[in-house]
Design a binder for this molecule. Sequence first.
Ligand code: DC
Length: 354
Amino acid sequence: MIITVDGPAGTGKSTVAREVARTLSYAFLDTGALYRAVAYALIVFKINLSNEKAIAEFLDANPLDILTQGQETRYVIAGIDVTPHIRTREASNASSLISTYAVVRSFLLPIQRGFAFHQNIVCEGRDMGTTVFPNAEVKIFLTARPEIRAHRRFLELRGTTSTSFEETQKEMSERDQRDSTRSISPLMQPHDASLIDTSDLSILQVVDRIVALAQAFPHWEHFQHQADIGIRGIGTTIAEAFAQAALALTAVITDPSSVTPKTSITISVSAEDLDALLFDFLNLVIYEMETRHMLFSQFDITVTGSQLRATLTGEPVDTSKHHPAVEVKAATYYELLVCHQSNDSWCAQCVVDV
Ligand code: DC
């Protein structure tokens, strides 16, 4: 799942997004830091910040590396670890300026998208939900009253520079203006984002709202359970939770997005309770995979009482395309649980040994 958090400076984006990532055990990407890292490197190498061509040549020759060690992230460009300097006032102002250049944005685009490859992420910036991840599952846009944002920023800068509150406020409004009016990927609220005004909320309150939105969104996930893997489907209905659980099962074997939905088969199961229904359904999915040598990536399910009907759509296994992690023979399921959660979503989960 991709969760995007966009908004202007001083809305609490970084702190909130980092905490959401920690709570959900997702990876975290602070994209402002990437613009800041590039900006600071350009300053160190005395590249004229108004010369787009010189910037393009510098970026061509110098890749940016993001090194994550536990909770800490370091940014290395042209062999220099610029991390300690990216929060300075000069890096802030330079990053806003260079972020208006197409060459800088196209340099950073694949780096940002690559970060989301094969992992759940929370990312924050200005154009996460509009340009970088337009298909993100959960999009958040944070705002706060301008004087509150300037005050937060002032407190953040205090100690590193001797800027006055008025100066901070002026620089912030110039930066806002530039970030929102630039021609490429300006700062704006994605049409499908949830808007949260953080002016009168604590960090924890904002984090809780985002986590609740993410947890209620239909999705699947894996969790570790001793030597085995846990699969979990979340949905707004039982049927949706079962469909997501089946996708989680497919994901134990291959990346579900590598399976083209071409051929459909229909199955039906009935059982005495929902846990048993999940057990029988997943068993049947594995049985169909094994006997037909197929993988499925689309599950259209209806559940009526203790009856389930599902159309499974997929294609024959192609090892060169799907790179299956295991050969499907049989699976054992235990610790089955189907429940209605406090945020009104349904959860269908179990531990699986394939
Ligand atoms: O979020 P921040 O203050 O660390 O970002 C620094 C600058 O980088 C900001 O003024 C605009 C730019 N930026 C951007 O243009 N797009 C992003 N996704 C993130 C930051």
